[in-house]
Design a protein around this ligand. Structure first.
Ligand code: SF4
Ligand code: SF4
Length: 134
């Protein structure tokens, strides 16, 4: 199904919310692609980082279904490469927050093997809670 893009979406509440939570001006991005070209985990993503911000610019809430927003490691490589000063990790975090508030849960704690829970550093578990759970 083709997604309908309209001025109502581009200037709609979803874009306003993403900009408010992330603190980023989405229209600053000119789609140069330098973020995607330097991202170390891009091979695991279903959307390029530059595609994520493009969809957010256009008010396409379907971006919330992307694996990319969960795979982003917040490594800041893209931040150092972006000529427009866009902080993509903050955008990814905003999209995760919006997604989590919609009730999406990405991690079932009970499904984790007990031996893994014992061995994984506490910091990693807390980080996982923050990123993957409501
Ligand atoms: S590097 Fe910056 S300006 Fe270029 S596509 Fe990525 S976010 Fe947009
Ligand atoms: S912060 Fe996220 S999107 Fe940016 S380079 Fe790192 S993993 Fe890729």
């Amino acid at each position: 199904m083709r997604t309908q893009i309209s001025i109502n979406k581009v200037r709609g509440p979803f874009v306003a919310r993403v900009e408010e939570i992330s603190g980023q001006d989405l229209l600053a991005c000119n789609q140069c692609g330098k973020c995607s070209a330097g991202c170390p985990v891009v091979a695991a993503m279903d959307l390029l980082p530059s595609q994520v911000i493009r969809m957010a610019q256009l008010g396409m809430e379907e971006v919330l279904e992307s694996k990319t927003i969960w795979i982003c490691a917040s490594c800041l490589t893209c931040v150092t490469r972006c000529p427009k000063g866009v902080d993509l990790p903050r955008l990814m975090e905003a999209l995760r927050q919006i997604s989590l508030r919609k009730g999406v849960t990405k991690l079932d704690l009970n499904a984790l093997p007990p031996e893994l829970v014992r061995e994984v550093p506490q910091l990693a578990i807390v980080g996982g809670f923050r990123k993957y759970m409501r």
